[in-house]
Design a protein around this ligand. Structure first.
Ligand code: OAD
Length: 239
């Protein structure tokens, strides 16, 4: 590989799988247990608010019992020690990257939650996002405006992912794009590998198995994230 300074890393559910958080599309995954149209669209929220809130309350509670694994910790270490910039873009709405970063004293500035965060609530009345660890089913008041109008701060199907301009700015500067634990089924994230290639970056996939976008990567390494990610990070830090 040519000289690498700036790295953009995209993560998906596979990076949190070994922490005990279900992926979406693997056998037994979230979308086998629930229909996307019932719980993950604005239309579902309008139609059956209780069902949607109950689904996210359950998942918000569950993630708080999980711990960052060796892959989250290795990525935080890379962010802490790499001499260039490492932008970590995650599709995950858990806070395991955040907790791994905090454990190593990394600032969270270069961590982008493009699909939102379980531990935020978004007020549809005043548009303010507030840290939120408890349930939303009982229609609590927004800490900012007092209205009972909070929704999960999750990007649903049909909604625009967050911070896309920052992501594209990082891709433009990237020498290396790495995709970890994502099936490559959901756009725009699934298209980042082609954007990165077009912009001149080298591309690497770390995943349990070849993803839907595997052919777009210069190199792929397959195996569990807790094995392949720390090995890759150590290799990078030894360069
Ligand atoms: P998926 O469930 O679609 O894909 C998970 C990927 O992780 C698959 O390619 C698995 O092979 C891989 N995988 C599973 N276990 C792994 C492990 N231990 N180590 C490494 N890889 C492993 O999840 P995402 O690609 O993250 O969006 O899904 C993208 C988006 O679709 C999510 O952000 C979510 C979902 O609908 C929203 O809810 C908005």
């Amino acid at each position: 590989m040519a000289a690498i300074r700036n790295i953009v890393i995209l993560t998906g559910a596979g990076v949190s799988a070994e922490s005990g958080i279900d992926t979406f599309r693997d056998s037994g995954g979230v979308w086998e247990q629930h229909r996307v149209e019932d719980v993950a669209t604005p239309e579902a929220f309008a139609r059956d608010r209780d069902l949607v809130l109950r689904f996210y309350d359950m998942r918000r509670e569950a993630i708080q019992t999980r711990q960052p694994n060796a892959a989250h910790l290795a990525l935080a270490k890379l962010q802490a020690q790499w001499p260039g910039r490492v932008t970590l873009v995650t599709q995950n709405v858990d806070d395991l990257h955040d907790r791994a970063a905090a454990a190593l004293g990394v600032t969270a500035a270069d961590l982008i939650h493009m699909h939102g965060e379980h531990l935020n609530a978004w007020c549809t009345a005043c548009d303010v996002r507030s840290p939120w660890a408890g349930p939303l089913l009982d229609r609590p008041a927004c800490p900012s405006c007092g209205e009972a109008a909070l929704r999960p701060d999750i990007v649903w199907f049909g909604e625009m992912p967050y911070r896309m301009e920052e992501i594209f700015a990082a891709l433009r500067e990237a020498d290396l794009f790495v995709s970890i634990g994502t099936s490559g089924a959901v756009y725009p994230a699934a298209g980042f590998v082609r954007n990165a290639r077009d912009l001149g970056a080298a591309t690497l996939e770390l995943n349990l198995e070849p993803s839907q976008g595997s052919l777009w990567f210069d190199e792929a390494r397959h195996g569990p994230a807790t094995v392949v990610v720390p090995a890759w990070v150590e290799e990078m830090l030894a360069r």
